[in-house]
Design a binder for this molecule. Sequence first.
Ligand SMILES: NC(=O)c1ccc[n+]([C@@H]2O[C@H](COP(=O)([O-])OP(=O)(O)OC[C@H]3O[C@@H](n4cnc5c(N)ncnc54)[C@H](OP(=O)(O)O)[C@@H]3O)[C@@H](O)[C@H]2O)c1
Length: 309
Amino acid sequence: MRALLVDPAAPGSLRLGEADDPRPSAHQVLVRVAAVSLNSGEVKRGLSTAEPGTVLGWDAAGVVERAAADGTGPAVGTPVVTLGAQGAWAELRAVDVDLIGVVPQGADPGAVSTVPVAGASALRALDRLGPVLGRRIVVTGATGGVGRFAVQLARRGGAHVIACTGDPDSHGPSLTSLGAHEVVTDPGRIDGLVDGIVDTVGGRQLVDGFARLTQGGTVVHIGRAAPGPVSFPDGAFAGAPAGHDRALVTFYLLGCHGLGRDLTVLAGMVAAGELEPSIAWRGPWDDAASAVEALLDRRLHGKAVLDLR
Ligand SMILES: NC(=O)c1ccc[n+]([C@@H]2O[C@H](COP(=O)([O-])OP(=O)(O)OC[C@H]3O[C@@H](n4cnc5c(N)ncnc54)[C@H](OP(=O)(O)O)[C@@H]3O)[C@@H](O)[C@H]2O)c1
């Protein structure tokens, strides 16, 4: 099969080449991939640390080519969206039946390919915050893949949504159209206290966000778009009259259970036009280098989608 292979000497560290077809285990489905989306983590860390020749990739959408040998999962011909630790950037992907969402017939595979990591992370982080109806919810890195889904899902849940972006002038209108009530540069600029935070940036934004939590509030720390040491001031974790019982929780998507159902729900919402996939770059997979470079240069504010051809 053809696949995007890690190649440190190639533009974007990716080369379209030949790889062995995957051999599914009994509980895996073989999927013919039509489109994939890129995620920050696999591009920023995966490409620089993987062995040459590795087939990376977490998100892929396509059609079931061969059903799972154990009789579970979708049948041959079913349109699906898939999640896994690697192997998405290829014509064929073996994927666990538990990490597959069923997609409505006729849905754009590129649009639904944005869902697995970004959409499911946003959904699970909001789940962790509990009911958001009437709550003040902050999303840091709101222009990113996870952030744009989190803004929309929080708004659908009835939250007052505060979106953070380094450039509110440029991105304010699009974030507002996705459902944000307020757009600010960072949690340090928020007036008043907040109930929950979906944090994809870390660093100073994590520290300032935690300081603004109300009693019973939670920060779900998903990612470190701004990597580096995090330093909380002395007393940050002490109880206070206005901010008692606050929580800071970590997050790891592939450690979550029952993700297949989430993928089905999210893909259905995207297909129905109820959730905007926020595709910022789309092109053929032999131009993956352009997408990778845009992501690394922080020129992407949304998802990058590669169509296989
Ligand atoms: N733990 C997990 O299971 C899990 C799951 C999904 C994602 N993640 C992590 O979550 C983070 C966000 O993922 P994503 O896919 O949404 O990333 P993304 O699409 O690259 O978006 C990140 C956003 O963060 C903002 N940002 C602020 N400071 C930044 C900096 N110094 N460099 C780059 N961006 C910066 C950018 O918005 P502005 O330019 O508008 O400020 C950008 O749009 C990543 O660290 C990723 O690895 C973790």
